[in-house]
Design a protein around this ligand. Structure first.
Ligand code: SF4
Length: 439
């Protein structure tokens, strides 16, 4: 049997796409093996969001081709889409853009018959580029599946290469989304994570009536679905109907990833972000009013061109005022072709490193505060893994919980009482099993 190994860099959407690709190769009779083993084919699903991610993708492709020269090496996704010249220099057999991934199996099959030439398929974006469904059958963890329902972004934040790598906003039709969730529930998945490049823009390319809020409502009506979790949603996409879903829909997890990027209005406006620090705070307050104890995680970028010490202090002040359950800290990465790359006053690597360390320390303080707030409370946990005498899973507010093995098995949703907390998660004791894994 022909063997294939996969490696994914970057976001949840990329990870979901690799899972779908693996399913498609399986249907075509390929056997999946580990990426570090000898194989006939290797697929690298690349990332170009930062210079570092692009460098890693390209060097991995070069190395894999050097190590397994007789194999077919495919470099797919954002790297060939935005840096085709550099990707070509990597010397792989197949270069495939972000919107041609569904054709990879076919192209590889052709190459296995005719190895005479390297092939490049990178389609430029156009206004009618359709939403690409790679496969409807995919697996991620045993209890949680990620469903990509949206792709592309029209927001063009000044630092971001993604709109150039992923094209314009487009959505998976609502009926197809419902069908996919029905299929996943039938496969035994207890939690579905909705992902997209600009998830909050879901449906804008479809009909006026289609939105993320009514997608959530439609999917929550699927029988057997236990939990629906949202990927990252932009602050300016938090609408009244979406708040209503958080207020009334118990299947919607009490967690949202709400990128802030900076707490300084000066930096936000230079970034081209569509909210001020005050407006962001108001969105946070409306989410907490709709769903008390909601877990709010965020992305913050340090070292954006021109970011002064005072502007950075504004970010620190806003972060400690909000009390996030976790922060993801990124150092600004200059991306050719974005407006920010041409901005004066690029910040030094040393200053970025120092600011990132300050925020990461703050992130642990915030996470500990949030997790301590759960002590003594009864919460629900979807058990996802077990090790030794403990099992573990996530709360609906996306906090990792560690439980005695006796409390439940993988796939169970259990109610537990939190007894202690660290910045990494909570420890809990069993109360009762809400929903046993029927699989
Ligand atoms: S919203 Fe901004 S940061 Fe997010 S993908 Fe779009 S352009 Fe990039």
């Amino acid at each position: 049997m022909t063997t294939v190994g996969f490696h994914t860099l970057g976001c949840k959407v990329n990870q979901q796409e690799t899972g779908a690709l693996a399913a498609r190769f399986q249907v075509a009779g390929f056997q999946e093996v580990s990426f570090t083993e000898r194989a006939d084919v290797y697929v690298i699903n690349s990332c170009a969001v930062t210079g570092e991610a692009e460098r890693k993708s390209l060097s991995l492709a070069r190395r894999q081709k050097r190590r397994y020269s007789e194999a077919i090496v495919v470099l797919a996704g954002c790297c060939p889409q935005v840096s085709l010249e550099k990707a070509t220099e990597a010397g792989v057999d197949l270069l495939v853009g972000s919107n041609d991934k569904a054709k990879i199996v076919e192209l590889v099959t052709e190459q296995l018959q005719d190895r005479s030439t390297a092939v490049t398929l990178v389609t430029p974006w156009s206004s009618d580029t359709p939403f690409e469904v790679i496969s409807e059958d995919f697996s991620s963890s045993r209890v949680r599946a990620t469903l990509k329902v949206q792709d592309g972004c029209d927001q063009y934040c000044a630092y971001c290469i993604i709109p150039y790598a992923r094209g314009r906003e487009r959505s998976l039709p609502l009926s197809a989304s419902v069908e996919q969730v029905r299929g996943l529930v039938a496969q035994g998945f207890r939690e579905i994570v909705l992902s997209g490049i600009h998830l909050g823009a879901y449906g804008r390319d479809l009909t006026q009536a289609t939105s993320l809020a009514n997608l959530i409502a439609a999917l929550s009506a699927v029988e057997g679905l236990q939990r629906l979790r949202l990927g990252s949603v932009e602050p300016n996409d938090i609408t009244a109907p979406l708040l209503q879903q958080f207020r009334e829909n118990r299947k919607l997890c009490a967690h949202i990833h709400l990128p802030l990027q900076s707490g300084s209005n000066g930096v936000l406006s230079r970034m081209g972000r569509r909210y001020t620090a005050e407006e962001y705070l108001a969105v946070v307050n409306s989410l907490r009013e709709a769903r008390p104890n909601i877990g709010i995680t965020t992305d913050i970028m340090v070292g954006f061109p021109g970011e002064s010490e005072a502007e950075f202090e504004e970010t620190i002040a806003l972060v400690s005022r909000i009390g996030f359950s976790r922060l993801h800290v990124f150092r600004y990465s200059r991306r050719d072709g974005t407006p920010a790359a041409a901005m004066p006053v690029q910040i030094s690597a040393a200053v970025k490193t120092k600011r990132a360390a300050t925020l990461q320390a703050e992130s642990l303080v915030e996470a500990l505060k949030f997790n301590r707030g759960l002590i003594g409370r009864q919460i629900e946990v979807l058990v996802e893994s077990s090790e030794g005498d403990e099992c573990a899973g996530y709360t609906t507010s996306y906090v990792k919980a560690y439980l005695p093995l006796s409390v439940g098995t993988i796939g169970d949703i259990v109610t537990v009482r939190v007894i202690s907390a660290t910045s990494l998660g909570v420890k809990a004791a069993g109360v009762r099993c809400v929903e046993q894994n029927i699989q």
